[in-house]
Design a protein. Structure first.
Length: 277
């Protein structure tokens, strides 16, 4: 009966995984649909506390905080997807190059990784975002160039192990080039690690986007981003407008936890040994 309970466990995990993915998809699509409504102002309803009509209340310009929060989270998720994908591509290239192109390439990549990881993360993000002109592209470039290092180290270690496999050595002796070996024989083994790594990069990307935007080095203030919403709400907390920060902050944490759950569940489903942990 052990295999039957194991099968039920995996089915349950897969079901929860689908539910979490659907919730994130609903937030992403909902934010796109409500983007125009998030900018609507109505001073006759400003600073309303949470109620049935406005579950997250309204701000000092009469804007619906529920609509603005969903729109901001949708933007954060889209930025997270794009930056995680770019970071994964960089990590794949760097990790594979370090393991396959000799000691010189390994030393160069290790030096770049140590340099990136040696600088305080938020400081490096701010510097790159500011140098790139801030805004959407500044945030994109900053997060993409600072979030690949851990995944690159993991992939390098995986490739170093694969290089010792007999079929890899045989392929090299048969005259197959290093690039072809990496693409044809190594990449299929690395894809599960890359997939989990990309998903686990999402929460970091979302939190760092919100952080640098909150500090004024990210997205412009006219955009209904989570960082902008939280930054603006700070001015009104002392006036008792607690809902301006509470609900956006809670939903941001909820989205981050969902991404972590999806990443951990994928890891468990891909690696059956972890299903017993």
């Amino acid at each position: 009966m052990g295999w039957f309970s194991e099968w039920n466990r995996r089915k349950t995990l897969f079901l929860f995984l689908i539910m979490a993915a659907l919730m994130l998809a609903a937030i992403t699509v909902g934010g796109r649909v409500l983007a125009d409504e998030a900018m609507v102002t109505d001073f006759s309803r400003k600073n309303l506390a949470p109620c049935v009509q406005y579950p997250f209340g309204t701000d000092w310009m009469g804007r619906d905080m529920f609509v603005r929060t969903i729109t901001g989270l949708s933007l954060s998720i889209r930025i997270g997807i794009l930056t995680a994908a770019v970071s994964a591509v960089i990590a794949c290239f760097m990790g594979t190059a370090a393991a396959c192109l000799g000691k010189a390439a390994d030393g160069i990549v290790a030096g770049i990784i140590d340099l990136v990881m040696g600088i305080p993360h938020i400081l490096l993000l701010i510097l790159i975002s500011f140098a790139a002109g801030k805004g959407f592209w500044g945030v994109m470039i900053g997060i993409s160039l600072t979030h690949w290092t851990s995944l690159a180290r993991l992939l390098r270690a995986e490739v170093m192990q694969l290089k010792e496999s007999q079929y890899i050595k045989i392929a090299g002796k048969l005259g197959m080039g290093k690039v072809r070996i990496a693409w044809k024989h190594m990449m299929p083994h690395l894809l599960p690690q890359v997939l989990v790594g990309v998903v686990l990069l999402f929460p970091h990307a979302i939190l760092h986007e919100a952080s640098i935007t909150f500090l004024g080095f990210g997205l412009p203030p006219e955009q209904p981003a989570i960082g902008v919403i939280l930054s603006e709400s700070m001015k009104y907390l002392t006036m008792g407008k607690w809902w301006l920060a509470l609900f956006p902050g809670l939903l941001l944490v909820f989205v981050v936890v969902l991404f972590h759950f999806i990443g951990d569940t994928l890891m468990t489903l891909i690696n059956p040994n972890q299903a017993h942990m």
